[in-house]
Design a protein around this ligand. Sequence first.
Ligand code: V55
Ligand code: FE
Length: 487
Amino acid sequence: MAVLFPAHPGFRGPMAPQRLECDIFELEYEGTLPPALEGCFYRCGPDPQFPPKSTDDFFINGDGVVSMFRFRDGHVDFRSRFVRTEKFELERQARRALFGGYRNPFTDDPEVHGADRTTANTSVFWYDGELFAVKEDGLPHRLDPETLETRGKLRFEGQRTPHFTAHPKFDPVSGELVFYGTEAGGLASSDIAYCEADGHGTLTHEAWFEAPYASMVHDFALTQKYVIFPVMPTVADLPRMRKGGAHFAWDDGRETWLAVLPRKGTAKDVRYFRGPARWSFHTMNAFDEGSRVHIDLTVSEINGFSYLPNAEGKAWDPEKARSYLTRWTCDMANDSERFVEQRLSAMPSDFYKCDPRRATLPYRWGFMAAKDPDAPRVPGAPDTVFNTVAAIDHQSGRVHSYFVGAASVVQEPVFVQRSDDAPEGDGYLLAVVNRVAEKRAELLVLDTADLSAGPVATVKLPIPLRMTFHGDFVSGAQLGWQDGKSE
Ligand code: V55
Ligand code: FE
């Protein structure tokens, strides 16, 4: 008998499972740590606790790991912990994988039937003084912001949806949290539950509507007046799942449907705008301009995940899978049933952020991980990895960027404002970079005032950090730290 992860590249080289739970105190760093960074930078990503039941398992099915860079009084400490989901605890007891393929309960061992399968592996967010890790097929798991211990799940009183998006939005004007659950009515159902909560733990709105088909709605868009759910042809199918097949397949025979609802609207208010088959993982921001609703998001012609099957068995085309910052516009005043599409940047990009103070509002600055297509491939890494941190100035259309170096892969950059009253977009970007050949990672601190100048500080890790999806910065003030009292 052997205990081995699959031999394919998704589990080897830079993608090798790490299963890292560790504390590293007093990380090395070069440069100057700006005072704005007093606080914690959290990230969430998948890492399989055990070799999967199937050798063709893929990356997004890994167990959730949350890592933390803790900046305090000029010191940086690192910590990482698995999220103690029900799946994690059951498998740890058994010392092997009990749950099968990505979001397919029919591939699980019978003994775990009915257990919570979510891995909480996609993103972290801070809400009402608490830290949460979440994946879109379950509820957020509450984490202690210092120890990263798991402390139960978030379910609002009266909440009906059992699922919670990994991309909740915060309305900076009202302080509301806006989220949704897909497949809310059960596996492969087309029910979307649209929810709003106030800033202090009370659910204020939950409206279910039926989308034109059951699809992965990984992110959505929010303005002051509207909420928009992009239904795109990454389609869920129950009969396929029952046969042990994939939860989702790409089916470009279908159109893209944008479900637009007025804020706090219900099923009767849904208006659809259609367009050609498109895929988007992430939204940068959205806003109202008169009767028009603009949605800025990354758009590709097919799903970016090479390992999702094609409904018609077509081969995955990496060119069509490249995604670009794009603006979709819906005009609520005319009776068109189509949305208008405009590409905003020629550089492939994803993993977007905006200044949270301008979310839902007209805005100037957007931040992203981008790809300089002329840089040499990173050996062993997928071709889709990013090598550049970039900011777009929507006023001029100009993109400012910093190439992170050869044989290096950059993860999602996270924005930290220089101060509470700093102008929009003025501050820092925190980005984890893997130096693949050297098998170690760095955290770059870039100043948005001059991105191309390179990092103002570089924090060094003695190990690589497996690819993560999304992160968030939580300030010392939010964490309740007392000024000048180091621990
Ligand atoms: C994404 C990630 C997921 C997932 C579905 O960023 C989509 C895209 C980490 O898990 O389950
Ligand atoms: Fe995401």
